[in-house]
Structure formats: C-alpha cells, structure tokens
Design a protein around this ligand. Structure first.
Ligand code: C2E
Ligand code: MG
Ligand code: MG
Ligand code: MG
Length: 290
C-alpha cells in the first residue's frame, strides 16, 4: 500500500482526504508499522539465543531464538511491539522466514545434543503458505528437523483450533517438535491440549515471578502444571527463573527444564557457542570425554 493519502467518506457523505503519515505520527504503533514497511528485514533483524537447561542432565540442551530489531529510523524495538506490527501490516510470514533462516544457520555449528527453538506467530499457523515456506526452509537448511522445536502460544491456537492443528500436524510430521509457550498466561482451555501434537509445555514466567509474593500458592500451581505435563507425557519447562531460590522452588515442584536469566540471557550466536564450550570444560564433544 503505497498510498500516503486515503479517501474516506464522512458521515455526511463528503469525501475526506487525510494523510496516513500524519495519522501514523499520532500513534506509536503506526510509526512502527511504517518503519517496518520500508525495513530491510535481512539487514535490520537479528536473532539472539537463550539457553534452555535440563536439570536432570545438568546441561544446556537447547537455545530459544529471540528476534531483535535495530531500526535505522526507530533504534531498538522490542519483539512485543514489532511482532504484532508485522502481523498487522502483513509482513509476519516474511519476517518468520528471515528469522528462521538466520536461526538455522547459526545452529548449524552446534553439537548434536543441542536443540533449536523458534517462535511462530498466530498468523503463521493460520497460513498454509507460511507453513509451506517453513517446511521448505527447514529442508533446505539440512538441519535435522528432530532438533528443531516450534514454540506457539495458547492464544495463537485459540483463534482457530482446527486450522492450528492442521499446521502443527504438518510440522510435527516433518519430525519437528512443538512447545506450548506462555502456558497459563491467557485463558487456557484444557480441552484442546491433548488433541495437539505437543512435546513440551513452557509455563509462563509469571508463575515463577509470583513465588516471591505468594510462595505457597505459586508452588502449588507450579507443581500442578508439572503434574499435568507428566500426565500428558510432555516435557515441562519453567520460564523466567532468575535466582537460586526460584530454581530450588521449581526443581522441588518437579520441573525438569529451565529457561531464564539464572542460566543465561539471550545472547549472540558467538556467545551461545562460548556458553556451550564453557559448560563442556574442554569444549570437546561429549562422547570423547566419556
Ligand atoms: P517468549 O517466547 O515467551 O520469550 C521469552 C521472553 O522472556 C524473552 O523476551 C526473554 O528475553 C524473556 N526472558 C527470558 N528469561 C527471562 C528472565 O529470567 N527474566 C525476565 N524478566 N525475562 C526473561 P523477548 O526476547 O523480549 O521476547 C518477548 C516475546 O516476543 C517472546 O516471548 C515471543 O513471544 C516474542 N518473540 C520473540 N522473538 C520472536 C520471533 O522470532 N518470532 C515470533 N513470532 N515471536 C517472537
Ligand atoms: Mg518462546
Ligand atoms: Mg514464553
Ligand atoms: Mg512471552
């Protein structure tokens, strides 16, 4: 949509011209959408990697790819803003493809026991074309699909459960794993969970954050979610673990996988590799050490 001016009819039927540029200035969202429309996605967007830790094996078993945007117009913009903006202006499928390619190329050099997680937008799940693109990009990358997890949120499924299920079945059929992200942050419907090809549930950061205020209740809820995961036969991950005491609490509640600042912040691909090497001591593949 190149039109800077749009014609509209007002209530009396007159044609009113107004500048969408001016309109954009009035709202932050409009500014983000406008910068996004002219953005060079490949050059301006990058991916950071946050470790996902397995308490049982006491090591990093994966990284989540988290998108970053350094806009020449706006500076750094957070994903909570630009993902929604990309969805609104029809750019999300393209952006997902760019980010997936970048994440896969960074992960190509990781040891085999380390997995990659990538977030998908609700609109990706609603779009057969986006799912096709994703399958093609995974295939072309040569990355083992079994080492790739797609993270999807509850709310993205709730839009249209049948369509979401179709998309997830395709990705899962490719060999990829599916994680339900931000679990418990929205209106959960337990009815659909067992119908989806889920491998992991990531409980929302809020449950861990609230441990400091409402310790007993929070522990009980975290334990209940861990038990639900066990009953469903899916992995349970707690997000947002920042401190030793939070780690102790979620461990005691039966959570096996942890993601949060305690084990590592989102970091560059180079730092993610250094993180793995530091963990392995010598940096040698595990089979050589055993
Ligand atoms: P998410 O997928 O739930 O990602 C976790 C978010 O929590 C990340 O924020 C991460 O930096 C933050 N976080 C992780 N550990 C801690 C912690 O211990 N304490 C605190 N305070 N925060 C922690 P980020 O990177 O700002 O991403 C926000 C959201 O944006 C993501 O939530 C995800 O929904 C979305 N997002 C990010 N990258 C992408 C992407 O490539 N595609 C799509 N569709 N969405 C993305
Ligand atoms: Mg995520
Ligand atoms: Mg999350
Ligand atoms: Mg989140």
């Amino acid at each position: 949509d190149h039109a800077l001016y749009r014609a509209k009819r007002d209530r009396r039927g007159r044609t009113v011209i107004f500048s969408s540029e001016h309109e954009a200035e009035l709202s932050g969202n409009g500014r983000i959408e406008q910068a996004l429309r002219t953005a060079d996605l490949d050059a301006e967007f990058s991916v950071m990697f946050q470790p996902q830790h397995d308490l049982m094996r006491a090591r990093t078993t994966g990284f989540e790819a988290l998108a970053r945007w350094n806009s020449p117009i706006l500076g750094f913009v957070g994903p909570q803003h630009f993902i929604a903006a990309a969805e609104r202006c029809g750019l999300i499928e393209q952006l997902t493809a760019v980010l997936l390619r970048k994440a896969l190329s960074a992960a190509a050099g990781w040891p085999e026991h380390v997995r990659l997680s990538v977030n998908l937008s609700a609109l990706d799940l609603m779009s057969s074309r986006s799912i096709d693109d994703i399958c093609r990009i995974v295939g072309e990358s040569g990355f083992d699909p079994e080492r790739l997890t797609f993270e999807i949120t509850e709310t993205s499924i709730m839009h249209d459960i049948e369509k979401a299920k179709t998309s997830l079945d395709i990705l899962s059929g490719l060999g990829c794993r599916i994680a339900l992200d931000d679990f418990g942050s929205g209106y959960s419907s337990f009815a659909y969970i067992h119908r989806l090809p889920l491998n992991r549930i990531k409980m929302d950061r809020n449950f861990v954050t609230r441990l400091s205020e409402e310790e007993k209740v929070s522990r009980d809820i975290i334990r209940a979610i861990a038990e639900l995961c066990a009953n469903l036969g899916v992995e349970c991950l707690a997000e947002g673990v920042e401190t030793e005491s939070e780690l102790m609490a979620v461990r005691l509640a039966g959570v096996r996988y942890i993601q949060g600042y305690y084990f590592g912040r989102p970091q560059t691909a180079a730092d993610a590799l250094a993180h793995l090497e530091a963990e392995n001591g010598t940096g040698q593949p595990e089979m050589l050490r055993a």
